[in-house]
Design a protein around this ligand. Structure first.
Ligand code: EPZ
Length: 417
């Protein structure tokens, strides 16, 4: 098992490009199944979740070539509608294949998805929406089977702006008969990216970027080439790193327009920012100022950066407070951060953090993707050596966190345990 070894207290300097977005590319790979032809995606990150999704697409009959961040998906021989349990359980995004497979093959067999243990993560919103569009769904234990003679448009009101459910409905609606209206749709940037991709393929979608989306069905789709935007969460992670340990860094290939909440929070914590087209220059000359954070559906502060900012709060000059409103299990990382010398108390979905600097090097365990990244950020701001176990979680979403942080002057390495 790989372990990240960190020698802390080295400030960060220099510049790096930011990888393509995990949460944007996974739905695009699923949406490719809607069209019998060739889809080319560029700036695709080499991360475990992409390799897992590739494995599923190949098992369904697609021919895929992934080289130097370009991904070619030929779906003409798609003839399987059954996703094996082992693959479906590896990540949450397997659930996104429900809509495209129902639209293309009119059936799909899969299991309840796996993914980070950050909460219960049911799929009731996905299933009830697809049933409204004409799918017949059978759930037996962990197994989900869905059939549809022909999906039809529907008016769907989401009780919660679920990102995945919005994506599934959008993909199912593109080939359905008639018009689908989604009320209370998620507004995360990845939804806008999916709408742009589906429109480039030939779909007709109105309301992109808003919580009310209209999809005109039975679109004739065509071969498409599309560039995946930079990963706003990876960029936010490295911004958190320089806030925690100090320095002056430049991040390029960043979707700055999709990071308002993160950038606002960084400014309030004392980080000097200079923003250009797709580039962030971030300078941190002192310990972070304490801050209050409340996570929520976009455009509120991203739950995916909550753990990283918990690490930043751990070295702030005073008392910070972070409230988590999306995933009830995200605070599991707090106990590992406390092993690194943080002072975090969790009370009813809120973390109360007393900052102190530096933290102290220790051996800790990552239990989820973003929690693992937060432990790396904390290790950078710890005196002495830290060892972060659970690299397999981190590599699901970060192409090479050691490469990136070393390029910014950090002292860390990946070693076999
Ligand atoms: C996507 O997950 C992202 N994953 C998550 O990023 C991100 O944290 C999340 O959106 C919120 O922004 C991908 O895009 C691959 P949701 P998703 O459906 O779609 C509840 C990361 O670290 N819910 O918006 O699973 C659910 O339990 C990952 O990159 C239902 O109750 O998120 C949660 O409390 C982690 N029923 C809330 O909604 C449903 O049917 C948000 O979930 C679906 C969701």
């Amino acid at each position: 098992m790989s372990v990240i070894h960190i020698q802390g207290l080295k400030s960060l300097h220099g510049g790096i490009p930011i990888q393509g977005s995990k949460n944007a590319v996974l739905p695009l790979m699923a949406a490719a199944l809607l069209h019998s032809g060739t889809i080319v995606l560029r700036n695709v990150p080499e991360i475990q979740d992409v390799f897992c999704m590739l494995g599923i697409l190949k098992s369904l009959g697609c021919h895929c070539i992934f080289k130097e961040h370009d991904l070619i998906i030929d779906t003409r021989n798609l003839d399987q509608a059954s996703i094996c349990h082992e693959q479906g359980k590896k990540m949450r995004s397997s659930v996104m294949l429900l809509g495209p497979l129902l639209g293309r093959l009119h059936k799909v067999e899969t299991c309840f998805p796996g993914g980070c243990s950050i909460g219960k993560r049911p799929i009731d919103l996905h299933l009830s929406a697809l049933e409204k569009m004409g799918a017949r769904i059978e759930v037996k234990g962990e197994h989900v089977t869905a059939y549809s003679h022909k999906l039809h448009g529907a008016d769907i009101r989401l009780a919660f702006p679920s990102v995945g459910a919005t994506e599934n409905i959008l993909m199912a609606a593109v080939t359905a008969e008639g018009v689908t209206r989604i009320y209370g749709a998620a507004r995360e940037p990845e939804i806008g990216t999916l709408c742009q991709f589906l429109s480039a393929m030939g779909a007709r979608i109105e309301g992109t970027g808003s919580s009310f989306l209209t999809v005109y069905g039975e679109a004739s789709l065509k071969d498409t080439t599309f560039v995946v935007p930079g990963d706003r969460i990876v960029a936010g992670t490295y911004l958190g790193a320089v806030m925690a340990v100090g320095g002056d860094i430049c991040l390029s290939g960043v979707p700055v327009d999709h990071m308002e909440g993160t950038l606002q929070m960084a400014r309030e914590a004392g980080c000097e920012l200079c923003l250009k087209q797709n580039q962030i220059q971030a300078r941190m000359k002192q310990r972070p100022l304490p801050f209050k954070l409340i996570t929520g559906p976009y455009p509120e502060f991203s739950t995916d950066l909550q753990s990283v900012m918990l690490a930043v709060a751990s070295v702030a000059q005073g008392e910070s407070c972070i409230q988590e409103n999306v995933f009830e299990g995200r605070f599991a990382t707090a106990q590992e951060l406390n092993k690194l010398g943080a002072h975090i108390i969790i009370e009813e979905g809120t973390a109360l953090v007393t900052g102190g600097f530096p933290l102290r090097g220790s051996t800790v365990q990552a239990w989820d993707l973003r929690g693992g990244a937060a432990l790396v950020v904390a290790g950078l701001a710890a005196d002495g050596e830290s060892r972060i176990h659970g690299y397999s979680y981190i590599s699901r979403g970060y192409e090479d966190i050691c490469r990136d942080l070393k390029a910014l002057g950090a002292s860390l390495s990946l070693e076999e345990d």
